[in-house]
Design a protein around this ligand. Structure first.
Ligand SMILES: [Zn+2]
Ligand SMILES: [Zn+2]
Length: 270
């Protein structure tokens, strides 16, 4: 099977779940919507729960784990979580206790032929992480729910051809918006969420280091608009090598985003 794609099943504060698929290895990142929504989305791609090689969690917030208890009931798929995330989940959900593969943030591990590197993200959760996957010669990065991009994360994400990157809010919309003041401070703070301008600055860094597709993710419903997020990052990429910028919708993507064929990358460079 040579299909290589990323498919966002849900993105935003109402739920997050994405599928990485390459060379027959299928990795679900977060399970923040109902199991029914996950199985329906997988079904549309011709997959079932038993097609999954692993589920990787970023952190214990409900918009990332809502479907997890049911998923653990219905499937034996290995689930990976950082130690802090696992401990926070086990307090709420006894089912998780002996089912999670626990790692320390920063650890690397394998899911079949995918070399997974985790990195700590600054966020108001127990031990939130992002991921970088290396498989064959290609790399894929995933970073949402972070107040800023720490140096370790940036180093891992540079060189990824495809990166899912948070573009959570427009600072002016957040300021003028309906959130109570303490929540505004939390979202905009260093343990909150990445804003459109911060996303745009880092996206330019990524493109200078080889990124060819950037998927904007975890867009706020109240404090952002897809057109605004897209415009801000695209403007920052002007004059740089071509890079496709896509905004992940709140629900399922219309179609999977190809990760690019390795042969194509080789023939282009040769
Ligand atoms: Zn979230
Ligand atoms: Zn969160």
């Amino acid at each position: 099977m040579a299909e290589r794609y990323y498919y966002s099943i849900a993105s935003g504060s109402s739920g997050n779940c994405g599928l990485y698929m390459a060379e027959g290895t299928a990795i679900l990142i977060d399970a923040g919507v109902s199991l029914r929504r996950i199985t329906t989305a997988l079904g549309a791609l011709g997959l079932g729960l038993d097609s999954l090689s692993a589920v990787l969690l970023t952190h214990e917030h409900i918009d990332h784990v809502k479907g997890l208890p049911m998923l653990l009931k219905k499937s034996r798929v290995p689930v990976f979580a950082s130690r802090g995330t696992a401990e926070a989940l086990e307090q709420k959900e006894p089912l998780c206790a002996d089912r999670l593969n626990v790692f320390d943030s920063g650890a690397r591990f394998w899911v079949r032929d995918v070399d997974v590197a985790s990195f700590a993200t600054p966020h108001d959760a127990a031990e939130s992480v992002g991921y970088c996957f290396a498989q064959g010669g290609s790399r894929f990065g995933f970073a949402t729910d972070l107040g800023f991009v720490p140096r370790d994360a940036a180093e891992l994400l540079r060189g990824c051809e495809t990166v899912v990157l948070e573009s959570n809010h427009d600072p002016h919309m957040l300021q003028a918006g309906p959130y109570p003041y303490p929540l505004k401070m939390r979202v905009a703070g260093p343990s909150g969420h990445l804003s459109n301008p911060d996303c745009a600055v880092f996206a330019a860094d990524l493109v200078k280091n080889g990124a060819r597709t950037i998927i904007l993710a975890h867009l706020s419903e109240k404090n952002n608009m897809p057109a605004l997020a897209l415009q801000q990052t695209r403007a920052a990429l002007r004059g740089l090598p071509a890079c496709e910028v896509i905004a992940a919708p709140r629900g399922c993507m219309e179609q999977p985003v190809p990760l690019g064929e390795e042969e194509t990358l080789c023939s282009l460079s040769g």
